[in-house]
Design a protein around this ligand. Structure first.
Ligand SMILES: [Zn+2]
Ligand SMILES: [Zn+2]
Length: 207
């Protein structure tokens, strides 16, 4: 048996994206396997945030929800992306959405589903506000923990994890036309078209 036969992995990082394989109603009989496989995956990848793409999953059996709550209790944030209206409603009614995040942010098509049309682009940095002149400045993601200079007043400020968390916009460079695109957080991990050249791109957060 392969290490993980119940789900497929797209990104295995601090932030990991997975999707379930096969019909999830069969998972009810394999709850222990699912728990073991997910725990192992989360442990092996030092994953702090697990995003589960539910695009092809219509509902979640309570046994699976139980496993997800256990994962969360082990210290891994669990997010559901592309949840159906039914799933979102169940999460809300049961108040499980206080433990498992139901994301507005959606995960875009998977590489093998999307074909060649979609270009994947790493996030380049964050749009931060200069504490001195309040001008918006594009700050490279590698400057976390270092100092950045404001593009307007040249004042230097510290780039902290907190300032990055608070940033409402990120930026990335279009691979086709090199335009620097300022995007909202919700536009990460979804297919978008470049406003300049129309090519289909997906900005990925690579932690
Ligand atoms: Zn400034
Ligand atoms: Zn472009």
């Amino acid at each position: 048996m392969p290490a993980f036969d119940l789900f497929e992995v797209r990104e295995a990082e601090t932030v990991s994206i997975i999707r379930f394989l096969d019909q999830i109603d069969d998972f009810s009989h394999r709850t222990t396997d699912l728990h073991e496989q997910l725990s192992k995956f989360v442990g092996d990848n030092a994953c702090l945030k697990l995003v589960i793409d539910l695009r092809e999953t219509k509902y979640l059996p309570s046994s699976v929800l139980g496993v997800l709550v256990q994962l969360r209790n082990q210290g891994c944030e669990v997010h559901l992306a592309n949840a159906s209206v039914d799933v979102a409603e169940v999460m809300q009614v049961t108040r499980l959405d206080t433990m498992i995040h139901v994301n507005k942010t959606e995960v875009g098509p998977w590489e093998k589903d999307a074909g060649d049309a979609l270009a994947r682009v790493p996030l380049a940095g964050y749009v931060l506000t200069c504490p001195e002149c309040l001008h918006e400045t594009m700050v490279d993601k590698h400057l976390l923990g270092k100092r950045a200079a404001c593009s307007q007043c040249s004042d230097e400020f510290s780039v902290t994890a907190e300032s990055i968390r608070k940033a409402t916009h990120i930026y990335a460079n279009c691979p086709s036309c090199a335009t620097q695109l300022k995007l909202e957080r919700d536009e990460v991990n979804v297919g978008i078209s470049c406003p300049q050249c129309d090519s289909l791109i997906e900005v990925r957060v690579i932690v």
